[in-house]
Design a protein around this ligand. Structure first.
Ligand code: ATP
Length: 876
């Protein structure tokens, strides 16, 4: 079915774009037609009506022109790309064309203060190029990598809202990126990724010198960055001028944190979603949204560079020691607006007068901030350099210009005048003078006319239909002079005009129009001048954000009594009286030491359920992460050797995403860690192997320990319920046992969680005790104890450890005696009656695999009964 008329035009425009939806301006409305109308009707709860067009009817849904933004935002934030066709006047009527495509990565109107990254990825000569830009602030980064996993990790770290892949990027990589982000994937013109074209685009944007100085000789990086610029340009968002600098970075600059680890450590969100209770939510005391973005960036991308870390720590230290100056600084920053975002709005032409006022007010804070820092105890800290970074003179002169130009209380629209101060432009002043004298004449007209005519009920007013008029009460209309011409009769009065009044009215209207136009022009010029200073605004914005983030770190450190870590490279992790940064704020926390050094780099953490193993390990990881972010840490003292990555596998998270079983997820995360971790990493494993049958689980945990110890050689914390593993400490030189202490033996007495970490393995698991605590009926608990005792007979496991000579030594661990037998045959021991019969073995497997907490007492009893029967059968 072909459509003519307005719907035909809509469909024709729609076929020009690959956007998901089209909003087409029709006079005072933006309309969606046909399928798009039905779609937005459902998504946005818009009323869908019928539009007849050339004999057919079509669904239609519309929003008023001034209300488009929130609807666009809602659609784009749900991941759709929306083309906008604007209507413009032509000689013979009007025409429409698509002026921009709003996509998740180019949505300037976002109200979410978090960074909003658009990413392009490509592959050239076997290397990946990744470019990332936040159009709302003009931030633009580019990096290259050889390994696919690095690209995925970077994408997860920046969490882009939109990813534009080049033609050489395969679907598998995109699937991996999608798994850790909510990014919309957009196809774009392949030719934009061609290295030659991309290089030209980059040169045009940043100039020859800038390009050389970032050293982008890697064609993959050039291709990704150039394609990103082309894409931003083609969407028509108009922010290219806000992209004032290209920062090339190396993935090695930052600590590796995969998406799983970011989630496990609850850096910005808790496992249940929401930022309350996350690390960021807990330690954030920033007073500006740009400061919060900066803090978030530091926590999700901690540094690996000691100089960078020490510089931040020096600033935080200075702030903790100068509470008064810190308060003063935070008070000043409290009035700051988001300059980086304002710069992008100025560049795209969407900034209004209040935005420019916000620029002016924020620029005005810079001298006050500099003074608060330079005239206090902060003067000798790196803060003085940070505040000296932006060009203060340029900032002052831009501010002075805005001061001179902008009216104090400008209206919300930019077309009606009232934006510009007197004294800024002679022509405008002249217009205003004439306008005011005309206005004065009008203001005094009523008085003059009363005097001239003797009429008492006479007033001069103005409305839309009648323009200016003189209104006279009915009783006195007889007294109106001859030069009054009647224009309207009302119930109690009549309205008149005079020739002179008409002249004056025309003059006022002409002046008003001229003023609106002139002010709009002046305002646009001013906005363009502000846009031309985008790099200055960004520099000031960065300074304010950085100072805010540093002051926030100091505020938290001071209030929670955190200490400055000694950051060493490379080195041990030694923490005295450490705490978990989040848990300590809600609980009476028992501090613990962490000691991971050369000869004890691998700690096996045992202890009853609920005793605090996970908390202990996360606290160690978070202390390292905070230190490398440049923060003080929750401890009495801490020495933190810089690590290149933190990798975690935490058992508690039941993730059934993607239809994979919990165990499959667990194993693929383990696989990822074992592939990625290096000697300089920190690995945290919580109950690896738990998701499968006991023997499989022990075997995997055992082999993992050996591999990490012998092959990777990194720092590792491994919590396990498999007591069998604790014997490995005797055999693998760097493995040490620690346990969370409890009081009471758990068999007959109640146990008390002491929450302290002590050297050595725990002697039992207390799982049965927890079952007891959870209210499992006593016959089941008692019988479990009996069964557990019988479980102490078992097979042997062979331990492998690399001796210093490189020769592999083998030993055999005998679970029934709890010790090793040295030897090379690694035969299972025959002690205590030899191997278990299959019936016993299967009962044991099931018993270990039974979750007491998740099985009802009735089922538990039934299972125990069945096990007893099978054991009796087996004995026959
Ligand atoms: N040092 C501590 N001081 C005070 N409370 C703590 C401490 N460590 C942990 N806790 C609290 O103890 C509870 C259990 O901690 P956690 O989850 O770390 O135990 P777990 O040994 O890993 O348990 P499971 O083996 O069942 O997974 C948590 O509610 C935590 O807040």
């Amino acid at each position: 079915m072909s459509a003519d008329g307005i719907v035909g035009e809509f469909l024709a425009l729609k076929s020009e774009t690959d956007a998901d939806l089209l909003a087409m301006q029709c006079g005072d409305f933006y309309e969606f037609f046909a399928e798009d109308a039905e779609f937005v009707g459902d998504e946005l709860d818009l009323k869908v009506s019928e539009k007849s067009s050339h004999g057919s009817t079509y669904p239609m849904a519309g929003v008023p022109v001034d209300d488009l933004t929130p609807y666009l935002k809602a659609l784009v934030e749900r991941g759709y790309r929306v083309a906008v066709a604007d209507q413009y006047e032509t000689e013979d009527g009007h025409a429409r064309e698509i002026t921009r495509v709003v996509t998740p990565g180019t949505l300037l109107e976002t109200t979410d203060p978090a960074a909003q990254f658009l990413a392009t990825i490509t592959r050239v000569d076997g290397r990946y190029g990744l470019a990332l830009a936040d159009v709302t602030t003009g931030e633009f980064l580019v990096t290259t990598a050889t390994a696919e996993s690095d690209v995925v990790a970077e994408c997860h770290r920046f969490d882009p809202v939109e990813v534009v892949p080049g033609p050489t990027v395969d679907a598998d990589l995109l699937d991996q990126i999608r798994e850790g982000t909510d990014a919309t994937v957009t196809d774009h013109d392949d030719s934009a990724f061609a290295p030659g074209r991309a290089e030209r685009t980059l040169r045009e944007q940043f100039g020859e010198a800038a390009l050389d100085s970032v050293g982008l000789d890697d064609r993959a990086g050039v291709a990704a960055a150039g394609a990103l610029l082309t894409y931003v340009e083609e969407t028509g968002v108009g922010v290219l001028d806000a992209m004032t600098r290209l920062r090339a970075y190396d993935t090695d600059d930052h600590l590796n944190l995969d998406a799983t680890t970011q989630r496990n450590l609850e850096l910005t969100e808790t496992m249940h979603g929401g930022s309350d209770g996350s690390l960021l939510g807990t330690i954030d005391h920033t007073v500006t949204s740009a400061g919060r973005r900066r803090l978030r960036e530091w926590l999700t991308r901690p540094s690996r560079n000691r100089a960078v870390i020490d510089r931040r720590l020096d600033s935080v230290a200075a702030f903790t020691e100068a509470a008064l100056a810190r308060d003063r600084v935070r008070e000043i920053l409290d009035d700051a607006y988001d300059l980086e975002r304002l710069a992008a709005r100025a560049t795209s032409g969407s900034a209004d007068a209040s935005d420019l006022l916000a620029v002016r007010e924020t620029l005005a804070l810079l001298p006050a901030l500099a003074e608060a820092i330079e005239d206090s105890r902060l003067a000798d800290s790196p803060l003085a350099d940070i505040v000296a970074d932006p060009d203060r003179e340029a900032a002052a002169s831009l501010r002075a210009e805005l001061d001179e130009a902008l009216a104090e209380d400008p209206p919300g629209t930019v077309t009606e005048g009232g934006l510009i101060r007197r004294g800024y432009d002679a022509e405008l002043d002249d217009l205003l003078d004439r306008y005011e004298s005309a206005q004065e004449w009008l203001d005094n007209l009523a008085g003059r006319e009363k005097e001239r005519t003797g009429i008492t009920h006479l007033q001069v007013d103005r409305n839309k239909t009648d323009g200016y008029y003189i209104q006279v009460g009915k009783s006195e209309t007889g007294a109106v002079p001859d030069d009054y011409r009647e224009i309207k009769t009302l119930k109690n009065s009549r309205r008149y005009t005079t020739e002179e009044l008409d002249d004056r009215e025309r003059e006022v209207l002409r002046l008003e129009e001229a003023r609106g136009e002139l002010e709009y022009d002046l305002f646009t010029e001013l906005r363009e001048r502000v846009a031309a200073h985008a790099d200055l605004l960004q520099a000031v914005g960065r300074t304010l954000a950085t100072v805010d983030a540093l002051a926030s770190l100091a505020t938290h450190a001071a209030s929670q009594d955190w200490c400055r870590p000694a950051v060493v490279e490379p080195g041990p992790l030694v923490v005295e009286a450490g705490r978990h940064p989040v848990v300590e704020t809600t609980t009476d926390f028992v501090p613990n030491d962490v000691d991971l050094r050369e000869d004890r780099g691998f700690l096996l953490v045992t202890g009853p359920n609920m005793s605090g193993k996970s908390t202990y390990m996360r606290q160690a990881a978070l202390i390292v992460l905070l230190a490398q972010a440049g923060s003080f840490v929750p401890a009495r003292s801490a020495t933190v050797g810089v690590v290149d990555g933190i990798y975690t596998r935490v058992g508690a998270l039941d993730e059934l995403a993607g239809g994979r079983s919990t165990f499959m997820v667990e194993m693929s995360e383990l696989s990822n860690i074992l592939h990625s971790a290096t000697e300089d990493s920190l690995v945290v494993l919580d109950e690896v192997g738990r998701g499968t049958a006991t023997y499989d689980g022990i075997s995997i945990a055992w082999a993992t320990t050996e591999y990490i110890h012998n092959e990777i050689g990194c720092k590792c914390l491994f919590a396990t319920h498999y007591h069998e593993l604790t014997a490995l400490a005797d055999h693998l030189p760097r493995v040490e046992n620690v346990h969370v202490a409890v009081a009471g033996d758990g068999d007959d007495e109640d146990i008390t969680f002491l929450r302290t970490i002590e050297d050595g393995p725990t002697d039992r698991s207390y799982g049965v005790h927890v079952a007891d605590l959870a209210g499992v009926p006593s016959p089941v608990v008692d019988r479990s104890r009996d069964v557990l005792d019988r479980l102490r007979e078992d097979r042997a496991i062979e331990a492998r450890g690399a001796e210093s000579g490189g020769e592999t030594k083998q030993a055999v661990f005998d679970l029934s005696s709890g010790g090793f037998r040295e030897g090379s045959e690694a035969e299972p021991t025959e002690s205590d009656g030899g191997e278990l019969d299959p019936a016993t073995e299967s009962v044991l497997d099931e018993l270990e695999g039974t979750s007491v907490a998740e099985t009802s007492p009735v089922d538990l009893m039934a299972r125990v009964r069945e096990w007893q029967e099978r054991l009796e059968e087996g004995e026959k």
